[in-house]
Design a protein around this ligand. Structure first.
Ligand code: GLV
Ligand code: MN
Ligand code: MN
Length: 421
């Protein structure tokens, strides 16, 4: 790959920035930085300082998303947005979100003052659904598609509403005032959007490839499912008389796994959490709540997986005399990214002899929201060691991280030049 003048140092400071960002975390293994928590707020202040040190302004919107831009790029301007998210899963890694966010910062700085469409870095406040029962709060607010009512309906596990959480961080300067009738209006006019990310799976590493050009992203449905039985004394209640909501949940979890196996690649069916009540040694569980998720890259298969999973839940509940209810708490449709940008990235890789593939992402990303809003959108992946992600063991080597940003920089030069793509 060439190293043109735009990135003479090969973005050498990127791994150092990622290490520094990872220190903004709750205690415990890996990185835990939930939207608007103290660690997220400190990280946001640090990012703003990094931007200033690189000659950029950091402008926060009313959700706490950041735009990293030259002073000369005025609100409303047509720009190319490049970045990722600042929040993490609980006990996640340093690279998911962090990589694209720091790459966006460096790319915006490297391309400042260059001819063509200006490059603006973006850092969304939330993507992971780790704190609030919502989805892609950052990207959706950036796009101006969050209605005022959602600020009261979306709550975290402690019952804090999105509006209350925002009021608290607004008071300390981490978010701007909301716009009339909603939360945010887009600050710029995106001519294109793109996100650099670790792959989070094993494909690139296994194939020895440097770059994944993402053409399509799998969708998901997330269901909060509740089984209700009867809490009874565990020492005196005969097995035949039990309506055990936790045993029912165990059956649902195994049925979910069997469904994924029977459906074959790339179907995914998972249960990420069970909360049993009353949660004691000596009481048969009277209630259990499951966090169920199905994923697929085709919408018909997503529909079929969701329907089959719900059928299993109904059957298991009926056999065990449990009541079953469910609520879909989040969804993402499988989403195609810009074919023109995919072609442009693949052509660049071919010209420079970069080992690459055009691929589908199994993980969901902010970029889905931009693409569905009609903005030409693209993602580039770099390899993940052993395909591990959403784990403290997430890792990508410095050379691979830098190769990704150098490639992205060359691609940005083509995108910003305009033309007929
Ligand atoms: C995002 O990380 C997701 O795929 O859930
Ligand atoms: Mn991510
Ligand atoms: Mn993630």
């Amino acid at each position: 790959m060439t190293m043109p003048d735009l990135h003479p140092d090969g973005f050498a400071r990127l791994p150092m920035l990622l290490d520094a960002l990872a220190r903004f975390s709750a205690p415990g293994a890996g990185v835990t930085r939930l939207v608007y928590d103290e660690h997220w707020c400190e990280a946001q202040v640090w990012v703003r300082a990094q931007a200033r040190a690189l000659g950029l302004q950091a402008t926060a919107d009313a959700a706490g998303n950041l735009y990293l831009h030259s002073e000369s790029v005025q609100p409303g301007a047509e720009v190319v947005l490049v970045g990722s998210h600042l929040d993490t899963v609980r006990h996640g890694g340093a690279y998911d979100g962090g990589y694209g966010a720091m790459a966006g910062l460096l790319l915006a700085a490297a391309h400042a003052g260059q001819p063509g469409t200006p490059v603006v870095g973006f850092i969304t406040c939330e993507e992971e659904q780790s704190r609030f029962d919502s989805h892609m709060m950052g990207a959706r607010s950036m796009l101006g598609i969050v209605e005022d009512a959602e600020l009261d309906s979306v709550r975290d596990g402690e019952g804090v509403t999105w509006r209350q959480a925002l009021q608290a961080i607004r008071a300390s300067g981490h978010a701007a005032a909301p716009v009339a009738g909603g939360l945010c209006a887009p600050l710029f006019t995106p001519r294109a959007q793109f996100e650099l990310h670790i792959e989070q799976g094993p494909v690139l590493e296994s194939a020895g490839e440097a770059i994944g050009v993402v053409a399509h992203i799998a969708g998901y449905r997330r269901l909060r499912a509740t089984l209700t039985g009867a809490p009874r004394h565990s020492g005196t209640t005969p097995l035949a008389a039990r309506r055990d909501a936790l045993a029912g949940a165990a059956e649902v979890i195994l049925a979910a796994e069997a469904l994924a196996r029977a459906s074959g690649e790339p179907a995914r069916v998972s249960c990420g959490r069970v909360i049993a009540a009353p949660g004691l040694y000596n009481v048969v569980a009277g209630r259990s709540e499951l966090a169920l998720e199905v994923r697929h890259d085709r919408v018909e298969q997503l529909d079929a997986l969701e329907a089959a999973l719900l059928d299993h839940c109904d059957t298991i509940a009926m056999r065990r005399a449990l009541a079953f209810t469910h609520e879909r708490v989040a969804e993402q449709a499988p989403t195609a990214l810009s074919p023109a940008l995919v072609r442009m990235a693949a052509a660049l890789a071919n010209e420079h002899g970069v080992a690459h593939r055009i691929m589908t992402s199994g993980a969901a990303h902010d970029t889905m929201e931009f693409a569905r809003a009609g903005i030409p959108a693209l993602m580039l992946f770099v390899p993940s060691r052993d395909g591990i992600s959403h784990s403290p063991d997430e890792f990508t080597g410095a050379a691979q991280l830098q190769a990704g940003v150098c490639f992205a920089s060359d691609l940005l030069t083509r995108i910003t030049a305009g033309g007929a793509w």
